[in-house]
Write a protein that binds this ligand. Sequence first.
Ligand SMILES: Cc1cc2nc3c(=O)[nH]c(=O)nc-3n(C[C@H](O)[C@H](O)[C@H](O)COP(=O)(O)OP(=O)(O)OC[C@H]3O[C@@H](n4cnc5c(N)ncnc54)[C@H](O)[C@@H]3O)c2cc1C
Length: 88
Amino acid sequence: MTLLGDAAHLMPPLGVGANLAMLEGAELAESLVAADGSGEPDEVVRTFEERMWARAGRWARMTMAGLERLVGPDPSEALALFDEVQPS
Ligand SMILES: Cc1cc2nc3c(=O)[nH]c(=O)nc-3n(C[C@H](O)[C@H](O)[C@H](O)COP(=O)(O)OP(=O)(O)OC[C@H]3O[C@@H](n4cnc5c(N)ncnc54)[C@H](O)[C@@H]3O)c2cc1C
């Protein structure tokens, strides 16, 4: 059993959550198909989770920082953030 999308990691509503959920669903399916019945399914799922947690953690840090700036007193900081943030 595993979790993905919002059930695994909520994000601030800054354009990331649904994209991560779809990407993770596709990656998990791809990993299981690639294993093709060989190897331990649990191991495939754990490997998928490690990759998911690492990426979701990076996006959570970026979007939390973005959220703090968006609701901060200086709007120019919010604009600068969009130039800084590049997808990984
Ligand atoms: C205001 C706002 C704006 C957003 N804007 C963006 C955006 O621009 N871009 C972006 O990428 N993300 C955005 N998001 C985030 C995005 O909506 C979520 O990250 C995404 O919907 C998560 O998808 P999910 O499939 O993990 O969960 P969900 O979309 O929550 O799907 C879970 C589904 O499971 C169902 N369910 C729950 N319990 C049960 C049960 N017991 N049995 C059967 N079914 C059940 C629910 O009814 C629901 O349909 C935004 C979120 C908010 C709140």
